[in-house]
Design a protein around this ligand. Structure first.
Ligand code: HEM
Length: 315
């Protein structure tokens, strides 16, 4: 097993390199995000917690049926061109929830997901290795360095990049685990599963902003819906906390639906709305204690995201 680096050292090295990478990519005075940089859209939504949730899952914001206002940000991981293969991102901010936050603003719960069930790296050490290669514009070196190749990472990176016609028809996963309830006994991963009546089956206005166009066209026909679901860790051996590159088998532990997200028609693509979306920021630690992020990957994310967002928004 490779040696673990102290979290503070990982945070310091990642923070410095991510700042240098994103500053070098500044365009029109906008410092982009390090990941999920292309903003497809931010939309308002309803996050409705179901009234038939099994008792064990009735924790935190899922402890009683309720309807919360939510904000969703859809994004592309690496490409500015929506027609290219990519990993899509979905960030969710649920507001008016009851209780203090572990970090950030009280009464707010964030969830960050992307469109593949595993991350291409298992550990923050490997993530740092990738960041170093990206900074040197030699991403391939991280995957194919003959002395320390990352072939599983290459396979996941290849599999997870897909063409999509609409961000409303994509399934998203948290890839890393979270507590469910403050007793500390239950651990889950999340998934957001599309369940609209309508699906986009070809590119709408094919080109660099086709996902935004598809989102708009879908909402003009009717609302979009997703189920928000959680998958319990039932076997720590095959469902590890400390390896984000391992998919937890749904045949062993199926996802339980906890809430429905509904997006109604709205004006989300004005220059003002897109500018506000660009400046938004999310953090997995913007969370109630009942949904605390778990594992070293998540430990690193709290300061790294906070630092990156502050730099972008020149705070
Ligand atoms: C050590 C591991 C990770 C590091 C260092 C990292 C780093 C970052 C950074 C620096 C940003 C930009 C933040 C900002 O400027 O506001 C970001 C955004 C994002 N990351 Fe990660 N990430 C990690 C793991 C993950 C994982 C496991 C996921 C799971 C799905 C994820 C999903 C996202 C998403 C969806 C965004 C966009 C957030 C937004 O909409 O503002 N990341 N990441």
């Amino acid at each position: 097993m490779k040696q673990e680096m102290p979290i503070e050292q990982l945070v310091a090295e990642m923070g410095e390199r991510i700042a240098a990478i994103t500053l070098a990519e500044t365009e029109n005075n906008i410092i982009p995000r390090f990941n999920q940089a292309k903003t497809v859209a931010c939309v308002d939504a309803e996050f409705r917690v179901h009234d038939d949730i099994p008792e064990a899952y009735q924790q935190g914001i899922f402890s009683r049926p309720a309807s919360y206002p939510a904000k969703l940000r859809f994004a592309n991981a690496t490409s500015r061109d929506d027609s290219e293969k990519d990993i899509r991102g979905l960030s969710i901010r649920v507001s008016n929830v009851k209780g203090p936050a572990l970090w950030g603003e009280d009464g707010v719960q964030d969830f960050l997901l992307n469109s593949y069930p595993a991350l291409f790296v298992g550990t923050p050490e490997d993530f740092l290795g990738f960041i170093k290669a990206r900074q040197a514009h030699k991403e391939w070196w991280f995957f194919l360095n003959p002395l320390a190749p990352h072939l599983k990472s290459l396979w996941i990176a290849f599999k997870s990049r897909q063409k999509h016609f609409s961000p409303l028809d994509v399934r998203y996963w948290s890839t890393v685990p979270f507590l469910l309830g403050e007793s500390g006994e239950q651990v889950v991963k999340y998934s957001v599963i599309p369940c609209s009546d309508y699906q986009t089956t070809e590119a709408v206005e094919p080109g660099p902003n086709q996902l935004r166009a598809a989102l708009k066209a879908h909402l003009q026909r009717g609302p979009a819906r997703f189920e928000f679901a959680a998958q319990k860790q039932v076997d720590p051996g095959s469902m590890p906390i400390e390896d984000a590159s391992v998919i937890w088998d749904e045949a062993v532990s199926p996802f339980q639906t906890l809430a429905t997200i509904t997006i109604a028609q709205q004006d989300f693509d004005t220059p003002e709305a897109l500018a506000v979306c660009e400046c938004s920021s999310f953090n997995p630690w913007q969370s109630l204690a009942a949904h605390q992020p778990l594992g070293r990957m998540n430990q690193v994310r709290r300061p790294v995201y906070a630092h990156a967002a502050a730099l972008r928004n020149k705070e």
